[in-house]
Design a protein around this ligand. Structure first.
Ligand code: SF4
Ligand code: SF4
Length: 453
């Protein structure tokens, strides 16, 4: 009986290693499958030897194996209070300067030399003129001069991007005069259900932090430079994950097409949700891909509990990592907010440098988070990143591919995510294990469908 009890922790470790090996085979992660199989073999050999020693009266090896397995489980999964509390999202009444959307790299890249907007902007911000000139010479992604141009696949990107522009006129509209009365709790349940049924994988609600509203329009549909007055009290944020199988082939034109495909889904969810709320008698505006954002989505998504701001400069979700595309609807309909979550992502990013080490443009900082406009966060060099996109002809996505949180949302990865959330040691081990199982510089995978073309 005692022998059986002592074998339980060791059996749990063996089952986890075996599950990890099987799931790595299913995910076609050859290196992870090989390493986990070796570790499983070593562990089984030690355990079986300890069992054999027990049978001849030497109880120490089995006791040590069992205690070591039990300690591992306790150290990795017993919750420790989080020691880090970065202020990576604005709000909480702090006086943060609002961002002018005209300063965002995509708005600057759209400026046409000689236009009144161009002249006005560089008179005010001459420091960007030189760096922006090279970006403005590239009209769009997927043109023949770019490194990864494919005459067959690249035109799909520009076609998809043109479709997104069509939804812009639907982001706002007239509100029904007949208002349907809804309590905040019922409305919250309904809104979340509707967003999920429309295709969102995660939905969260937050008070609309004024600091997350852009001060001036940088990209349509309103005139360039017009002031933004967005006084809705609530924001509904939602996320659509990118397919992991496509992301792990990044950079490739297929990754950009996946980005646009998710954008199309986000756009559809946003405009339908906003139109529905207006039909119920509540003002609502969608903020979806296609150059019509009036709010900064990543910090709002973090405030609404969808994830945490990571080193990578965007929101990292617990289940999908940074490989999510975000949308939002701001509304006057009273809702019940979600609380920001703490899944150990900020703490993980503080030690993990994988995205920064693998970024070919050197755009992701390796330093500690810095204070920017009153919030403490990691800020990437948007100029370097966008310049690299222009060189390639697609949206790169290497940082999304290598981030450990991007792994599929399966049981084994979920066990590891739980350990990352619960324990500082779990985070340390997960960072080292990610390098061991997947490599410090994981190579992109060729998509299975592409092998057949
Ligand atoms: S998309 Fe590519 S260039 Fe941009 S930050 Fe990520 S890895 Fe670097
Ligand atoms: S790769 Fe590492 S440091 Fe970068 S966002 Fe992901 S977890 Fe954070």
């Amino acid at each position: 009986m005692l022998q059986l009890l002592l074998s339980i922790p060791a059996a749990a470790v063996a089952i986890f290693l075996a599950s990890f090996a099987f799931s790595s085979v299913a995910e076609r992660e050859r290196r992870a499958a090989f390493v986990s199989a070796i570790l499983l073999a070593i562990f089984l050999a030690i355990w079986l030897w300890a069992e054999s020693q027990w049978r001849v009266g030497h109880w120490t090896p089995l006791l040590v194996t069992s205690l070591a397995s039990l300690c591992a489980a306790l150290v990795f999964f017993v919750p420790f209070p989080s020691r880090r509390a970065l202020q990576t999202v604005p709000g909480n009444g702090s006086s943060v300067t609002r961002v002018d959307e005209r300063d965002v790299i995509f708005s600057r890249a759209d400026l046409v030399e000689g236009s009144p907007e161009y002249e006005e902007y560089y008179q005010r911000r001459p420091e960007f003129k030189d760096v922006d000139r090279s970006l403005q010479s590239v009209s769009e992604m997927g043109v023949p001069e770019q490194e990864m141009y494919s005459p067959l696949v690249s035109p799909l990107t520009s076609s998809a991007s043109r479709i997104l522009k069509r939804n812009i006129e639907l982001v706002d509209g007239p509100v029904s005069e007949k208002r349907t009365k809804l309590g905040a709790e019922t409305a919250t349940r309904l809104v979340k259900l509707a967003a999920s049924r429309l295709g969102a994988e995660a939905v969260g609600i937050a008070p609309l932090a004024p600091e997350c509203v852009y001060s001036h329009v940088g990209r349509g549909p309103e005139p360039h430079g017009s002031q933004i007055h967005l006084s809705y009290p609530w924001v509904v944020c939602f996320a659509v994950p990118m397919d992991y199988d496509v992301v792990r082939g990044a950079p490739s034109p297929w990754n950009t097409i996946e980005t646009h495909s998710c954008y199309a889904q986000v756009s559809r969810i946003g405009v339908v949700l906003a139109a529905w709320l207006r039909a119920l008698g509540y003002a609502a505006r969608a903020h979806v891909p296609g150059s019509n954002y009036q709010v900064m989505l990543p910090p709002l998504a973090a405030l609404s509990g969808l994830g945490e701001m990571g080193r990578i400069g965007v929101m990292v979700s617990r289940s999908f990592g940074p490989r999510v595309r975000l949308g939002a609807v701001t509304t006057e309909l009273a809702l019940v907010p979600d609380a920001p979550t703490r899944s150990g992502i900020e703490e993980f990013c503080a030690t993990c440098l994988k995205c920064a080490v693998n970024c070919p443009a050197g755009a992701i900082p390796t330093s500690e988070p810095q204070e920017t406009r009153g919030v403490v966060k990691w800020t990437i060099s948007a100029e370097r990143c966008y310049k690299y996109w222009c060189k390639l002809g697609n949206d790169c996505g290497i940082c999304l591919r290598v981030c450990p949180f991007s792994k599929p949302d399966t049981l084994v990865h979920d066990v590891i995510r739980h350990s990352v959330k619960a324990s500082p040691l779990g985070r340390r081990v997960a960072i080292a294990a990610d390098d061991l199982f997947y490599g410090k510089r994981p190579v992109p995978m060729l998509l299975p469908s592409l092998k057949e073309i």
